[in-house]
Design a binder for this molecule. Sequence first.
Ligand code: AMP
Length: 457
Amino acid sequence: MNKKPSSKGKINQPRLVRGMKDILPSESNYWEHIRKVTERLAQDHGFSFAATPILEDKNLFVRSIGETTDIVEKEMFSFVDQGGDTLVLRPENTASIVRAYIEHGWVNLPQPVKVWYWGSMFRRERPQAGRYREFHQFGFETLGDGQPVNDAQLIMLAYNFFLDLKLDVSLQINSLGTKESREKYKKVLAEYYKSHKRKLCDDCKKRLLKNPLRLLDCKEEQCAELAIDAPQIIDYLSEEDTHHFTQVLEYLDELELPYSLNPRIMRGLDYYSRTAFEIWPNEEPGARQSALGGGGRYDGLAELLGGRPTPAAGFAVGIERVIALLRERQVYIPGPDTPDIFLAQLGDASRRRALKLFDELRLAGFTVAESFSKDSIKQQLEVANRLNISITLILGQKEIIDGTILFRDMESGTQEVVNYDKVIQELSKRIDKVRNHNDIKITRSENPIPREDENNE
Ligand code: AMP
């Protein structure tokens, strides 16, 4: 459509592809802050960063997510490339991480292997508020250990992420049992829905034949009502499944982490087993389409992908949804740190020198702001004031000739002539900053995020 000539004979302007979204500089503080919080949590809990390609073999997801899931049936962007391979833009990252675990022999590393990721996912869903065709997730995965303490640690991590962002959320938790208990449950569930078949939406009538678990997820009103009285999987769990689940809940009790037992949490992917959970914004109980994140245990996934049995668990959080909630609740997000110095210049020769000095100051560990394209000192000082910077260095023609530089105190307006060769020495004295000074770490205790009423944006 973009290639059609317009009525004036010009080529139409290329536009964003439907369902895609640009991330604009005006929202960069959200992205940067969320990334910092996530990196900090990963570091605190001993997770290493891993990145897998956006393009994967289609089979990876057909085998892992399941052929009869919405994602695989209709939501994957897939194509045959020039070499005849059927590729897809990844719809999620867990299967890729497990592929990497198998392919790189992570089984030989100390177990469990704990990794986290961050990146774009693609699902060709119907675009609507909070639902895009390219969206971003970060996620944490613990591979190679089936003990319930891992499930609890992941849930704690997910919950702490939202606490760190000052977002009030609720944890919805369920156990899906192992494949065997689920098969038993599926039969009972299918019987229940068959007896109410007339009330089901058209999609659910089809799902009933292929995968009755999907019906519990349906958002259509009449199906959601039927789900309330449906048999619950908890009654079909094996003794081991129940024991695992009880232990996870005991850890959560010990952590005093509030949760709601929710028998309708099924997750949309086939590979889950035992623990399954979702994080919902607290004000919208029941609004399942707005889950901020979710995850659980997937003990059988490695085998589905041709690996050895590898118990594992993880979760993913949708970053766009988190940002939407932060905006909606007007949560204060720290902006970039105020630079240490403003560097102003007057005239061509001083601009040349200033560009070099900028780099030298940066290497010495100072953060420097500038407005090199402006000629007037007045305008440059206005920028420095707007940025709330306390010291401006001024290089004019005279200073270049004299081998000096001016230090201007932005508050009092007083100026001092300093020998150019002493600039770093003088700055260090005044700013008390050294190289790497801005290696600031976010921790909840050291750097609490101010409350909403302290918002000064
Ligand atoms: P899932 O991989 O389906 O469990 O999704 C995990 C999280 O990713 C969800 O809770 C959402 O926050 C987010 N998410 C999933 N699909 C989309 C989408 N189409 N657009 C935006 N966010 C999404």
